[in-house]
Write a new protein. Structure first.
Length: 479
């Protein structure tokens, strides 16, 4: 059996991964709050844990891995957007507008993450909605967990609120490496009349008429953010599972609070054995921020003509545990690299992944080292190993027919048409029929297709890429 080593945030060291049950390796990753498009930082988290998911499936078998990633569909930002729509004249009740926004945003998320080549979460290999739980589907387990915490003295209720008693959990702060006193001195904590201690956090809060709410022993209300993941993880994975992941921004307070309330509610479990966090993302050397004008979503890049394969490659070029910088130069380099990979893997059948690539991934997902090995495989002309190794990392499996980029969601016949178009253009150029080649290129651009020569193969190298105005009907005229 291959040995996997992972950096455990909780212990602050790299450890050999030993599953609780090798027949069902279980992982929970905090998913998005569904009020808007996923930004590039969300994409980084999804891609990083997708690589881990693929590695676990490779080592233990697809039918022996369970991957849960939730949707937070109870949130004040969702409520505010629905209320804005209602005031703008959108028809329907507030509840209907919230549901509409949630469905719309989940659809966007799936489309964007599919474009990045991420696999859908599954329960022992079976993809289902249950593997992507929504908070609103688990209100009853949340209420039950809160009741348990109150009964055991770890929580209390006051003025329609239920709050976790932080000082009742002696290990609070160990996940993030903070002491309670330091947190009080250095953080902005809410001082409210319903709190016994400023550090106590909300498990349940009352809802007014403009907010969604559910009945509870403490009155009509809605859950706090932290209790959602604890309840969903327990319902789907039990009180002791293997891996809990998310972005570094979730380490405190979200994951710290999850760990505290879950451990207190289920003291005989261990919650998650391994905690993993991906680092944050910058754009051109600066923090991604709307105020700086450098904030963009995954869809923004896709609509600008940056293929999902390119975005994924850039995200994997930096180790998940290190800060990464998105630059236009990196995107262009990734594009050229992938074109080279496409050419050498054209027409080959994948074999077993290269052992050195597997070894790099088992060493705490060292994707940057794995990519270096992919370059070496290309240089050595080992297309079959390159294809298998790249696919293990979620690359080069967007396009069963090599020679097209950014077309993974299209049907096989359409991909074949694009391949034919790229080859036809390359043949015209190779035969020095430049006027005909230029005419074809212009007509392709009118159909939303960019024909590009590659640097890897003089005369014959070509690729067909979509642009934002792609029109499949016009493609048929070109063939």
């Amino acid at each position: 059996m291959v040995t996997i080593k992972l950096h455990n945030t909780k212990t602050r060291r790299e450890e050999v991964f030993t599953p609780i049950d090798a027949s069902n390796v279980r992982m929970y990753v905090c998913g998005p709050t569904v009020y808007d498009r996923a930004h590039l930082g969300n994409g980084r988290a999804a891609v990083a844990f997708d690589v881990l998911y693929r590695l676990l499936r490779h080592v233990y078998g697809p039918d022996h891995v369970t991957y849960i990633r939730n949707f937070t569909d109870v949130d004040d930002k969702i409520n505010a957007e629905a209320l804005r729509r209602q005031k703008a004249g959108d028809p329907g009740s507030l509840e209907a507008l919230i549901a509409e926004r949630t469905e719309e945003t989940i659809g966007w998320y799936h489309d964007d993450m599919d474009a990045l080549g991420t696999l859908r979460p599954s329960i022992k290999g079976v993809v289902s909605n249950r593997a992507e739980p929504r908070a609103t589907q688990y209100i009853a387990p949340m209420v039950s967990m809160i009741e348990t915490l109150i009964a055991t003295g770890h929580a209390y209720a006051k003025d329609g609120h239920a709050l976790f008693r932080v000082r009742s959990y002696k290990d609070y702060g160990k996940l993030s490496g903070r002491s309670i006193n330091d947190m009080i001195a250095g953080a902005r904590v809410e001082v409210a009349p319903f709190k016994e201690d400023p550090m106590d956090f909300v498990l349940w809060k009352p809802s007014d008429a403009d907010q969604p709410g559910w009945p509870s022993p403490w009155g009509r209300g809605r859950p706090g953010w932290h209790i959602e993941c604890s309840a969903m993880a327990h319902e789907l994975l039990g009180d002791h599972f293997d891996i809990h992941g998310g972005g570094l921004d979730l380490q405190f307070p979200h994951h710290e609070n999850e760990l505290a309330q879950s451990t207190c509610a289920h003291p005989h479990g261990g919650f998650a054995n391994v905690w993993m966090h991906n680092e944050m993302l910058q754009v051109e050397g600066k923090k991604m921020s709307k105020s700086l004008g450098n904030f963009f979503t995954v869809r923004d890049l896709l609509d600008q003509g940056v293929p999902g394969e390119v975005i994924r490659f850039v995200l994997l070029s930096t180790h998940y545990g290190k800060p990464m910088d998105w630059t236009q130069e990196k995107a262009e380099q990734a594009r050229e690299t992938l074109l080279g990979f496409l050419e050498i893997t054209r027409g080959v059948d994948a074999v077993a992944p290269d052992p050195e690539v597997v070894n790099a991934l088992t060493d705490d997902l060292n994707t940057s080292l794995a990519i270096s090995r992919l370059h070496a495989l290309k240089k050595e002309g080992r297309g079959a190993e390159l294809l298998a190794s790249a696919r293990l990392m979620g690359m080069l499996d967007f396009h069963p027919t090599a020679g097209t980029m950014g077309w993974g969601e299209l049907s096989e016949p359409v991909r074949e048409q694009l391949m034919s178009l790229a080859h036809r253009w390359a043949a015209l150029r190779a035969n020095r029929e430049y006027d005909a080649a230029d005419d074809l290129k212009v007509r392709a651009e009118a159909a939303g297709i960019s024909l590009r020569a590659t640097k890897q193969t003089v005369g014959q190298g070509s690729i067909a890429e979509r642009t934002s105005n792609f029109d499949p009907a016009k493609l048929k005229v070109l063939i």
